[in-house]
Design a protein around this ligand. Structure first.
Ligand SMILES: Cc1cc2nc3c(=O)[nH]c(=O)nc-3n(C[C@H](O)[C@H](O)[C@H](O)COP(=O)(O)O)c2cc1C
Length: 177
């Protein structure tokens, strides 16, 4: 069974991004194994630091995963700094990091009608800079996300089903190499 490492780009407890990740992990039961990493545990990127334990843990979890799933909110038309910080840590050494050739599936959420599609597009561009293999599929977005979260889960079956279709296609593409 494939193993997917899931990252939420939001740190807040009531996050819609984290709700999407939680829903995905539940609904993938029997399809793939999943784990999550809390990017809030990472310090600010500083090239002068010996990579701290949290950074080593992130890198080793990325290395061990068959694929990465990132659900990002949109902040000011782009990705939250905390997510960019995690990618910056994971991206070293440049062009030879654990992200190189790593299959990545991206989805986005936002409070607005566009579902974070601008952040999603920025995230895909950022990942290109790491030589990750971003999965090309229809964009999975969660618009008006805060109205679609109930008890920490995504309460929109149509979007959930669409997301799961995308993840199944992603897993298939990893299997085919
Ligand atoms: C600093 C900040 C900037 C934001 N900028 C945007 C934006 O550019 N576009 C948008 O649709 N929503 C924007 N929002 C709303 C977030 O997308 C919305 O609150 C979303 O639910 C946050 O994700 P989360 O629920 O996973 O924490 C912004 C929120 C914050 C806190």
């Amino acid at each position: 069974m494939m193993h997917l490492l899931c990252l939420s780009g939001s740190l807040r407890a009531a996050s819609a991004s984290s709700a999407v990740v939680a829903t995905l992990c539940e609904r993938l039961h029997g399809v793939a194994t999943t784990s999550r990493f809390d990017i809030g545990a990472l310090p600010h990127y500083n090239a002068d630091l010996e990579p701290p334990q949290a950074v080593l843990a992130l890198k080793s979890e990325i290395a061990a995963a068959d694929g990465l799933v990132i659900v990002t909110p949109e902040y000011n038309y782009s990705v939250p700094g905390v997510l960019k910080n995690a990618i910056d840590w994971a991206s070293r050494p440049a062009y030879a990091s654990v992200l190189k050739d790593k299959p990545v599936f991206v989805a986005s959420v936002s409070g607005g009608a566009l579902g974070g599609v601008r952040a999603q597009s920025h995230l895909k561009y950022i990942l290109a800079g790491t030589l990750a293999r971003v999965f090309v599929w229809q964009e999975v977005i969660v618009p008006h996300a805060n109205t679609k979260v109930v008890d920490g889960r995504l309460a929109d079956e149509a979007i959930t089903a669409f997301l799961l279709d995308g993840i199944r296609a992603f897993i298939g593409s990893i299997a085919r190499g």
